[in-house]
Write a protein that binds this ligand. Structure first.
Ligand SMILES: Cc1cc2nc3c(=O)[nH]c(=O)nc-3n(C[C@H](O)[C@H](O)[C@H](O)COP(=O)(O)OP(=O)(O)OC[C@H]3O[C@@H](n4cnc5c(N)ncnc54)[C@H](O)[C@@H]3O)c2cc1C
Length: 464
């Protein structure tokens, strides 16, 4: 049986891996020349790795880690100390750390009480507000919180506004690139549950080189070694339908046609929306995809001639254009090192700029100048360092905005069209749009497709 997958991000590549393991023939078509979608990385003319976005692996990403193990890439990332590091003005850093050796949630409570990010009043309000969640929260409860914004949830649970602004706003911006008064409470309380329940699950891991070399390249190798075919510069242009609305073939942008036993879209939802045949919109399933809107985000990379920080971890900032960032010359020991491209041994910062709706049409020089001014207030050493190079990647529609009410519209991987399936971080699985969510959706689609095809193979023809 031949399966055609469209979209070469984590979801499409993971689906290909699982389908090949189940014995299917797989062809994957990716629009761009580079694989990886939102985690794609490419070399520019200076030989520097340009990332679509700074990416960290959470300890709780069990599916992604098991996929990395399957493809022999489980050692391609490394864990950092469990700590939320907040970069403050004047070079100061404040931390939120769990206390090792104590059981959860005591470890988080004691760690939270010790932190100097917020005041004692804030801390006590958080203990009162978050403790029931840490003790009794479950998947059903998280999903039920999707009708509130996180700010509303925070206030309703008696937590202070200062703790929202200082501690959780940078997390909300890092998670979904939107403000806490826009994001649904559901993803935020899910994350607290992570951080508050299990020590291992809350760790941050960085790819040793970058997501492209450390993860996407071994995924490609795994697929090709098992006979899967990957076509880049191959854009899904149009679905050609049979009279019964099933897919007859797919037209590619270059004039070719693809025929298969089943078809999977691993496109981002905003791209799929533009291609859905009108006939399918009578199904609620497809109509509901129009509830999803992409979050704008930008990633800025800066090369310095000197080290401006020695922090080997993800950092958060508040009141700045960037919400979260890292010195990848320190966190990623196999890339961004002296002698590689522009790097001379100084810091190489990768910064996620959010919220970013207002940045999309601003000239890059203006954005970079602002980021530099802010960095100088956070890292005094940046005042002495020379900026060697800067780049900005803007993504006007990245992950879907996890606003209240949208979670219920996330589609199952099996569509009402007999030979058409969906995967992608926005499809239904327990995580927010993320690498883990994309990997989970890839496994789910392989299982659902396989179950459906097997069922048909065993059903007598006259009853089909
Ligand atoms: C700046 C940034 C930082 C992030 N940081 C993190 C992080 O730290 N941790 C984390 O877990 N997640 C993070 N994410 C989210 C994560 O990158 C995504 O959730 C995940 O990569 C989505 O994978 P996907 O396969 O579902 O979609 P995508 O990666 O969007 O892949 C879809 C693919 O489909 C292709 N395509 C589009 N149209 C067509 C067409 N017509 N024909 C063929 N192909 C097509 C695209 O080119 C793309 O390759 C971040 C995202 C961004 C933007």
């Amino acid at each position: 049986m031949k399966i055609a997958i469209f979209g070469g991000g984590i979801a499409g590549l993971t689906a290909a891996i699982h389908l090949l393991d189940k014995g299917y023939e797989v062809d994957l078509y990716e629009k761009r020349s580079v694989l990886g979608g939102k985690v794609s990385v490419w070399k520019d003319s200076d030989g520097d790795s340009i990332e679509s976005g700074l990416h960290v692996v959470f300890g709780g990403y069990k599916e992604l880690q098991s996929m990395l193990k399957k493809i022999g890439a489980e050692k391609h990332f490394e864990w950092k100390d469990l700590s939320l590091v907040y970069a403050e003005k004047g070079g100061r850093q404040t931390r939120f750390e769990k206390v090792q050796g104590l059981p959860s949630p005591v470890a988080e409570l004691v760690g939270g009480l010790k932190t100097n990010v917020i005041t004692w009043r804030d801390k006590l309000s958080l203990v009162r507000g978050l403790l029931p969640l840490l003790l009794f929260g479950n998947e059903g409860y998280f999903r039920s919180q999707d009708d509130l914004t996180y700010s509303d949830w925070h206030a309703r649970h008696g937590c202070t506004d200062n703790s929202l602004q200082r501690l959780w706003r940078p997390i909300s911006l890092a998670l979904n690139f939107i403000e806490p008064n826009v994001i649904s409470a559901r993803p935020m309380v899910t994350i607290f549950n992570y951080f508050g329940r299990n020590y291992e699950d809350a760790r941050f891991g960085f790819f040793k080189a970058n997501p492209g070399e450390s993860m996407i390249a071994p995924m490609k190798t795994y697929i090709e070694e098992r006979g899967g075919k990957i076509f880049t510069n191959a854009r899904l242009k149009e679905f050609i339908l049979n009279d019964n609305e099933t897919i007859q073939s797919i037209a590619l942008g270059d004039g070719r046609f693809v025929e298969a036993d089943a078809y999977i879209s691993a496109l981002p939802v905003h791209s799929l929306k533009k291609l859905i045949p009108k006939a399918w919109l009578a199904h609620e399933y497809f109509y509901n995809l129009f509830h999803f809107v992409g979050s704008p985000v930008a990633n800025c990379q800066l090369w310095f001639d000197k080290k401006i920080t020695d922090t080997n971890n993800l950092m958060f900032a508040h009141g700045t254009t960037f919400a979260t960032f890292a010195d990848v010359s320190i966190t990623c020991p196999q890339d961004f090192q002296a002698g590689q491209g522009t790097a001379t041994g100084g810091s190489v910062l990768s910064l996620v700029l959010a919220p970013a709706h207002h940045l999309m049409h601003l000239p890059n020089e203006v954005i970079t100048a602002r980021v530099m001014e802010e960095l100088k207030t956070i890292f005094p050493k940046a005042r002495e360092a020379k900026l060697l190079k800067s780049t900005i990647v803007k993504i006007p529609e990245s992950v879907y905005k996890a606003v209240p009410g949208v979670d219920k519209f996330r589609p199952d991987q099996a569509s009402p069209i007999e030979n058409f399936f969906l995967c992608g971080d926005y499809t239904y699985q327990k995580y927010l749009a993320s690498m883990e969510g994309a990997a989970l959706s890839g496994r789910h689609v392989a299982e659902k497709l396989s179950a459906k095809l097997k069922h048909h193979a065993h059903t007598p023809a006259e009853t089909v």
